[in-house]
Design a protein around this ligand. Structure first.
Ligand code: AMP
Length: 279
């Protein structure tokens, strides 16, 4: 396994692999790797000749009052995990390497970037889309792996890849959860033991909504879930919405396949989760 810190060097290596006929898989991460990330890495290991994992805590996707500085960065542990899971290259650029002082170009996926999480985290998805576009070009990936855990992010990346004619295929991977059903997240490390137990309730409430969606009207499904989310100790809801599974537009009584997306604070930790729902 090689650790590459320079974008041009990573791109040259990738181009050599392309010429040799290798298929490349990219797993973009912000590090603090857990079993969710590992599931993506292992999937690339199965599908691709070469696996590149990028580890970059992207400042352009954090708001001024967000946790950029305190975001966990256990890099030695992350590198050990990558090695154990047969990663070929870890792309580990500095902020200056990815965003020089003269950087002027940003990618925006209009409308989709301004709703749900985007309404509460201004500029977040612009930062995400820009860095992912750069990573696609640097890695020359045939396939890039994203978790369904970040459902809005996945839909935005899919749209960006389609609209900008990237050849990279987006592979959506299932959400890996703890026994309590809490979705694994690097931010779970901010939670104390009691908050962790309470945070597990979010996915249980979404699961119940999935059952209710089969028989009950949309408003009732949402009403029941909201009441329960509000009753989680220390919780504050940013949003809880049922949207069309494919394009994130508001669901209606006619929607057959939907997704329930929620962002809920537990104490000082903002958690997101979602559940696909079918009629
Ligand atoms: P992050 O490091 O949080 O930017 O996440 C990197 C990638 O891992 C994204 O595609 C996430 O959707 C994915 N991911 C994060 N948590 C999970 C999880 N619990 N299950 C599956 N994928 C995940």
């Amino acid at each position: 396994m090689k650790v590459i810190k320079i974008a041009a060097e990573m791109q040259q290596i990738a181009l050599k692999h392309v010429k040799a006929g290798d298929e490349i898989g990219l797993v973009p991460t912000m590090g603090a790797l857990h079993d969710g990330h590992i599931s993506l890495i292992d999937k690339s290991g199965k599908n691709d000749d070469i696996t590149i994992v990028s580890i970059f805590v992207n400042p352009t996707q954090f708001g001024p009052n967000e946790d950029y500085l305190k975001y966990p960065r256990p890099i030695d542990k992350d590198l050990k995990i990558c090695k154990k899971h047969h990663v070929d290259y870890v792309f580990l650029p500095s902020v200056a390497e990815m965003f020089s002082d003269t950087h002027k170009t940003f990618v925006e996926v209009s409308q989709m970037q301004d709703i749900l999480c985007g309404a509460f985290r201004k500029g977040h998805f612009r930062g995400v889309a820009t860095v992912v576009a750069k990573l696609f070009n640097i890695s020359r990936a045939d396939r890039a792996y994203f978790g369904l855990k970040d459902f809005q992010q996945l839909k935005i990346i899919e749209k960006m890849a389609k609209d900008l004619n990237f050849t990279t295929k987006i592979v959506a991977c299932p959400t890996i959860r703890e026994k309590s059903a809490l979705a694994l997240s690097s931010r779970n490390s901010y939670l104390n033991a009691a908050q962790k137990v309470n945070a597990g309730l979010i996915s249980q409430i979404l699961k119940e909504a999935k059952e209710n969606f089969k028989t009950k009207p949309l408003k009732t499904v949402l009403g029941i879930a909201l009441k329960k989310l509000k009753s989680i100790p220390e919780s504050k809801i940013d949003y809880a919405e049922i949207v069309d599974f494919y394009d994130l537009s508001p669901a209606s009584s006619k929607t057959k396949k939907a997704a329930f997306l929620a962002a809920v604070w537990v104490g000082k930790t903002r958690l997101i989760d979602n559940m696909a729902m079918n009629k």
